[in-house]
Design a protein around this ligand. Sequence first.
Ligand SMILES: CCCc1ccc(-c2ccc(S(=O)(=O)CCO)cc2)cc1[C@H]1C[C@H]1c1ccccn1
Length: 240
Amino acid sequence: ANSHRLWPEIDRVVKQEVSMASLGVGECGSGWQLFAEDGEMRMFRREEEMDGMVVDPLKAVHVVKGITGHEVCHYFFNPQYRYDWETTLEHMIVLETVSEDTLIFHQTHKRIWPASQRDVVFWSHTRRLPNDQDRDGPDIWTVVNNSTEHPDHPANAGKCVRIFLTVCLLCQTRVDPPKDGAPVSRDDITCKITYCSVVNPGGWAPASVLRAVYKREYPKFLKRFTAYVKNQTKDKPIMY
Ligand SMILES: CCCc1ccc(-c2ccc(S(=O)(=O)CCO)cc2)cc1[C@H]1C[C@H]1c1ccccn1
């Protein structure tokens, strides 16, 4: 609903995150280093610190056959699936349902020794975007998660260190209709996924520990999540 107090911020952040995610890793200047590769999945990061804390921006690109961008965003955005694919999640609650395409979450993530446990409060917004390049091509879908404050969960009031994140999942679907005019099946669709994230760990944590955690967790997360979507959709009608 564009009447909500957060709407101006959501609209601004979504537009800026989508344009950043749309840039190739070559384009947004040098500095991106490939740190993980697995089949079609490539993960890049930039080594950046803020007040002595590691905030390495991450950009992952992946191409997955048999699913659409709408399906990928559906399973990423909706809370009822999250415990199935988000392995570092300890607890999640929807604090506010702003509208059917905008939710506010509080999440606590499993502690990563020796760092203290983290939690996060963020708004999550999903949106279909017009496909500028290809007029009659399927639309582009996105989910943007951005830290926000909530009166019921002030930062660092409990045992957890509050982290701050901005995440953008951007999905572009391609349909290659079969030559013989047969109906389009899942074998004829491909989804190009771009996942960008910047996580400020909040309190101090050893750079070596954080970088090791990101190096291990991000590839695992994207592989597990996309495999989950393929498995959930394989016997269902295609959701464009
Ligand atoms: C010290 C920081 C701990 C830590 C806190 C939070 C997160 C994190 C939170 C949210 C999202 S998401 O993309 O918005 C999906 C919704 O959950 C991804 C990551 C990651 C880590 C670190 C544990 C690492 C990690 C990296 C990638 C995926 C999962 N976990």
